[in-house]
Design a binder for this molecule. Structure first.
Ligand SMILES: NC(=O)c1ccc[n+]([C@@H]2O[C@H](COP(=O)([O-])OP(=O)(O)OC[C@H]3O[C@@H](n4cnc5c(N)ncnc54)[C@H](O)[C@@H]3O)[C@@H](O)[C@H]2O)c1
Ligand SMILES: [Fe+2]
Length: 386
């Protein structure tokens, strides 16, 4: 019998307009002074005001740290930690995409765990929890609001690493798709492919089990159905709602079943070349799927069928071929460039492949892949997608 181990937030509120319940959630948890962790773009768009207006109305005092950068670094975390320590905050609200939410998690647990954040790299489990975290996603891609993962970039070692444990699980998640209406085309496409990769990798992962399968199998068709529509018409509320739901479900799936080779290889591209996380996943997804399908044919065939890229009358082998084709077509439609067309320096890319392969393997994610690659095979995959 497979034993599943699941960690998730104590409170999940989900639906259009639910951010208006932020004060209610704080009161339910007995909290009275949050530090809001976010980025400047979200202040400018007005998403931060949406939440602070609710707090103002409820008479709840708060502070704002809006210094989060994309792919947050240890330096950015330290800045936020200093702001937390300088005030009398009793909780942290992470408002934004994966970057602000992960920074909020790390600010919380590093306020009670000594040393540098790299001392806690996965597979270490960080179970000593800091002040409660309330996460409010605005991209609907990473699912970080429901996961036990947190991703921080080490500026000294140029490495993007996973941190994991109870201390990285939110106390409450408030999931309101209305924030996502303002996402531009590129961010819509990239964050949706990130969710799709979470769902697919969770489903084929060696650590998948029935509970995570249910979330993954629900998320994949939602993304396949809505991603193009949301990109073509950003105000398509049905598509936005579907993608946000799928992002959360995919988050629950991969948080507990883990991601695999795509994510293992994607993080080094992000750390060394600053390619958006979802975009580097997209660059890798068809090639890594093609590399892996033979080792879990029926699982990949299920993915193809639930996304209507193959039919029930197709054999598993045929369905796997159609899956790879379908993912390539999706990349074309979402205008996903190869790394060579994204402005990456060719010499530096090829010079860095060996270290990227080592970092990918060290992350532990490739070991969950149906086909576990060697470092040489990872290098070859990086070469193939160039
Ligand atoms: N913790 C996890 O479980 C987990 C999972 C996957 C990825 N990640 C990490 O999350 C980070 C990526 O997060 P992300 O993809 O959500 O992007 P992000 O948080 O880096 O944001 C990308 C850009 O989108 C903008 N943005 C956010 N919401 C918007 C909105 N509603 N409208 C318009 N613009 C908006 C931001 O201001 C920013 O400029 C990476 O560091 C990645 O490694 C974490
Ligand atoms: Fe991801």
């Amino acid at each position: 019998m497979t034993i599943g181990r699941v960690q998730s937030p104590r409170i999940i509120r989900i639906g259009g307009g639910v951010a208006a319940e932020t004060a209610e959630v704080l009161i339910q948890l007995g909290l009275s002074k949050p530090l809001i962790v976010t980025d400047q773009n979200l202040v400018e768009i007005g998403h931060v005001a949406k939440v602070t207006n609710v707090l103002d109305t409820a008479g709840i005092a708060y502070g704002v740290f809006d210094g989060v950068i994309e792919d947050p670094t240890d330096a950015c975390l330290d800045e936020g930690l200093a702001v937390l320590r300088a005030g009398d905050y009793d909780c942290v609200i992470g408002l934004g995409g994966g970057s602000p939410m992960d920074t909020a998690k790390a600010i919380s647990f590093m306020s009670v765990n000594p040393g540098h954040v790299r001392d806690y790299k996965a597979p270490t489990q960080i179970d000593r929890c800091g002040p409660p975290t309330i996460l409010i996603p605005t991209t609907g891609g990473t699912g970080s609001e429901l996961t036990r993962w947190c991703v921080i970039t080490d500026t000294v070692k140029t490495e993007k690493y996973n941190l994991s444990g109870l201390a990285a699980v939110a106390t409450a998640a408030i999931i309101d798709w209305e924030f996502t209406i303002t996402k531009p085309w590129r961010i819509t496409a990239d964050t949706a492919v990130d969710s799709l990769t979470h769902a697919m990798e969770a489903y084929v992962s060696r650590r998948a089990f029935a509970y995570t399968d249910a979330f993954a199998l629900s998320a994949m068709p939602l993304i396949a159905k809505h991603v193009r529509a949301a990109c073509m018409d950003g105000s398509n509320t049905k598509a936005r709602e579907g993608l946000m739901l799928a992002a959360s479900q995919a988050g629950m799936a991969f948080s507990n079943a883990s991601v695999a080779l795509v994510h293992g290889m994607s993080r080094p591209i992000g750390a060394h070349f600053h390619v958006a996380h979802g975009l580097s996943n997209a660059m890798l997804l068809p090639a890594v799927t093609e590399f892996s399908v033979t080792h879990a044919q029926s699982r990949y065939a299920d993915c193809a069928r639930v996304m209507e890229m193959a039919t029930s009358s197709d054999s598993d082998a045929v369905a796997c071929g159609k899956l790879v084709e379908g993912l390539r077509r999706l990349n074309d439609d979402l205008r996903v460039p190869a790394p060579s067309k994204q402005g990456l320096d060719e010499q530096r890319y090829f010079d860095t492949l060996q270290i990227m392969a080592e970092q990918a393997l060290a992350s532990g994610s490739p070991q969950n892949n149906p086909r576990v690659p060697t470092a040489e095979e990872i290098v070859r995959l990086y070469q193939d997608i160039w």
